[in-house]
Design a protein around this ligand. Structure first.
Ligand code: MRU
Length: 347
């Protein structure tokens, strides 16, 4: 299943409609793409990287221009609005900047338009390829019969096709390992209950839905062998991922359960530290209503104060290993990660 692809415009699964409807959205301009990213029609760090790349390609064709200078000015401005649509996942700006570099290196509008689509397609293809690699490296950490707890959605829908943390689970299953998954519902937008369970049921992988606050009891009762999560940004002292990930990491440490993070190298922003990264804060109504789409189903006083950070950061000391397309990286990360990052451009 392709989450996002190019057919003279961007086509993508509208993730706000799942699990009820599998609807393909057609996006023909950057404003619509920015809105789609903000309302999470497309989401997940690697899928956002592809969306960012395709978005720059869209900016190149969405109107006519009098000169190459006008064209570059317009595309650069659109690129920056795209890159800032969501602040935490570094992959969005990685995808935008990569295609923008190609556009700037062109010598005509025609050439830039062609190069932009080509480069965006390359980003998408690479994502599929590196997820498969990550999956096969990560699958070695999983034993037959393992019960794995995960949060948010890190599958096909969060990437172009295969998935990061869910990709590892898929790859292990493909190797014939029997696996059971606990999916945290991932309040408030329920990527776990709406998307992860939908993907795993479709794949025939045994999945049990729990609320986020049930993670403790399943670990305490010995029902979880491993925790595997994705990442939106990995800095030199921590991992940013969906809100609730830090809680899982602390619980996993308390119960002696390995805690793995699966992410491509484009998610690494190693020059930065946890304090440098902006954590997106989202609309209060996501908590005041049972679902943002159900405005007739309020579950809190209308005027209650709300704190709604979309991500948290987990210090690297909680992470047993980082699963990447270059292999599994073990602590001490200040030594092991820079060695792997040096070879970043060869994938
Ligand atoms: O707010 P979202 O749904 O974009 O958050 C997504 C996550 O936190 C994922 O775990 C992360 O992007 C890794 S996805 C392969």
């Amino acid at each position: 299943m392709r989450t996002i692809y190019w057919e003279n415009c961007i086509k993508m699964i509208d993730q706000t409609k799942l699990p009820d409807e599998l609807e393909i959205l057609e996006i023909r301009n950057v404003d619509d793409l920015v809105s789609a990213i903000k309302r999470l029609s497309i989401r997940g760090a690697p899928a956002l990287e592809a969306a960012g790349g395709y978005g720059v390609a869209l900016a190149c064709i969405e109107r006519e221009f009098d000169s190459f200078e006008d064209f570059l000015k317009y595309v650069s401005e659109r690129a920056s609005s795209l890159a800032n649509a969501r602040p935490t996942a570094v992959n969005l700006s990685v995808g935008v900047e990569r295609v923008l570099r190609k556009v700037k290196a062109a010598s005509s509008i025609e050439e830039a338009r062609k190069l932009a689509v080509q480069e965006a397609e390359k980003i998408a293809e690479e994502d599929v390829f590196r997820n498969r690699l990550m999956g096969s490296f990560g699958a070695k950490l999983i034993e037959d019969g393992d019960s794995i707890l995960t949060i948010c959605n890190t599958g096909s829908l969060a990437t172009v096709e295969w998935g990061t943390a869910l990709g590892v689970i898929r790859s292990a299953k493909l190797e014939g390992k029997n696996i059971r998954v606990f999916a945290c519902e991932t309040r408030p937008l329920n990527q776990g209950s709406r998307l992860t369970t939908w993907e795993l049921i479709n794949d025939g992988i045994d999945v049990t839905l729990i609320t986020d606050s049930m993670a403790g009891i399943v670990m305490q009762k010995g029902m979880v062998d491993k925790v595997i999560v994705g990442a939106d940004r990995i800095v030199s002292d921590g991992v940013f991922n969906k809100i609730g990930t830090y809680t899982l990491a602390v619980l996993a440490k308390e119960h002696g359960i390995p805690f793995f993070v699966a992410a491509p190298l484009t998610t690494f922003d190693w020059e930065k530290k946890m304090d440098d990264v902006v954590i997106e804060e989202r609309d209060a109504d996501e908590l005041r209503y049972c679902h943002v789409k159900c405005k007739n189903c309020r579950i809190a006083p209308e005027n209650v104060k709300v704190y709604n950070p979309a991500f948290d950061s987990t210090p690297l000391s909680y992470v047993s290993a980082l699963i990447t397309e270059k292999g599994v990286i073990f602590p001490p990360y200040d030594e092991s990660v820079p060695k792997v990052l040096k070879s970043k451009e060869f994938i």
